[in-house]
Design a protein around this ligand. Sequence first.
Ligand code: PEP
Ligand code: MG
Length: 602
Amino acid sequence: MHAESAASQEMRIKGLAVSQGIAIGPAFPFGSGIQDVRPHEVAAAEVEAEVQRLTQAIENAKSELTRIGEETQERLGERSAEIFEVHILILDDPEIRGAAIRRIREERLNAEWLFLQVVEKYEQSFSHFKDEYMRARATDLQDVKRRVIRQLQGAAKSPGDGLPGPAVVFAADLMPSETIHLRRDYVLGFATELGSRTSHAAILARSLKVPSVVGLGPVCQYLVPGTPVILDGYSGQLILNPAPETLERYEKTRSLYEALSHKLARSRTLPARTKDGKDIELSANIEFFEEVQPAIADGAIGVGLYRTEYLFLMRDELPTEEEQYAEYVRIIDALHRQPIIFRTFDLGGDKAQRHFHVHQEANPFLGYRGVRLYSEREEVFRMQLRAILRASVRGRVRILIPMISSVAEMRFCRGVLESVKEELRAAAIPFDEEIPVGAMIEVPSAAVSADLIARECDFLSIGTNDLIQYTLAVDRSNRYVDQMYRAFSPSVLRLIRDTIHHGHAQGVWVGMCGEMASDPLATMALIGMGLDEFSVSPVSLLVIKDIIRRVHFDECENLAERVLSYSTADEVENYLSSVFRRKFRDLIIHDPNHPLVRREQN
Ligand code: PEP
Ligand code: MG
């Protein structure tokens, strides 16, 4: 396909819907613009580092291409994927790579500039060929050049920088650190070539209420900036150059969703209470201060998960105690004494931890992550606890520890907390002496020993995003195995049931902050299992409250019992979908793209 064809015909590409909503607007391929590359001198002592920077950027671009190539092969076949092999060959070409390195050493100019010069020289000679095949190689060179330069520009450029106006942003992949820089007023939606449903970038998109579709395969290269697109965050469809009737249909669907959310918003101030009077704590998951106010306005009674690591991800340096304290106070004050759970920093996995000594890990999700960092970097953990404790006098603060897999880890954390409290007492700094401390139950070992862990805690919070990946051995950020990532698999449901049961037996309340708490299909079953608190993506607050208010506790108990009797995730989902259709028909927009309808079709 060529850009010209993309400029006229309607074209559809299917990806994975990760954040609801419909975005309609011009496309902005992030990373296509490299106009701001300028030459600058490199000090003699820095020349080898500059060479290394280029080599690393080329390697990174190659791995990106390998991944996209593999996905393309799987989705569209071998022929379509060949192009990426060509691109990799170009990157491996000793003439291009060698010439750029030699020129950095001789001319002592920056890698971006010299790589651009070298590639453009080849590009020009190819573009003069009469032969169409050879001319196409110039386009390949252009693509490769952009990828490498984007790598070199790295975090300095973020998606959304340079947006001419509101647009749908396209990128090869988005890291959580890039996603957080999205300018919410300008980014109508975002679409990526790679990615999966529970990657942290997808979670962030939901928090930011930005419609998103990931895993679209190679699309950026076909997009001319400004191409009109529709991005359907319900079904995962991307439509390039929509025909007028398509546009009209989508505008209608979008207004149906808007009407539904207006209707639901009417109960935003009413309690999340079942028909027979059982109160459920319904709170919100947040990453930033800006999310607090809208979440409260949509009826959250507080924050059930504040992912504090985003404060770390947004800075090049570790945030100081004062910086953390100031941010925490800002958030607590905005809550006006409604409760908030501070999850201590959970770096590692897919959340790069550039502040710490970075180990090269083959399996980062099974590696140096969450609480596992705390003993080696106890000073960072202590600093955060000091900031949280000092801020705790201003509201109702709770502390939650991520990635707990044993009682020993929980005891270690409590020990450090006690020692930090002692320090504050000695300095006569006030804090909440009774601050509750909880464990995230997101590792199967923690779930199966929830009784032992609950004895060390004031509450438990189930993190299904990780619990599912670790229970089923399915990487949450790997789209090849996305179909196997099943929240409703009997093994996961049993672990949830047991965690709630053990927590209650030990006298502690049990909440859920994983994405499953935001899934309308799961709500009745979770109520029936006795879950005390639902902490959900802000975008899901209204619909989850609506469901809670329309059910009886005993019908949920019966439903949970039945759900737990099934042997497969399909059986569970089919049963829950049929109940949902019967009871909550009005919540399903009559559109084949609705997630529930889609789930049944799969
Ligand atoms: C979880 O694992 O369910 C969770 C809430 O934590 P995160 O998604 O940040 O890993
Ligand atoms: Mg987790």
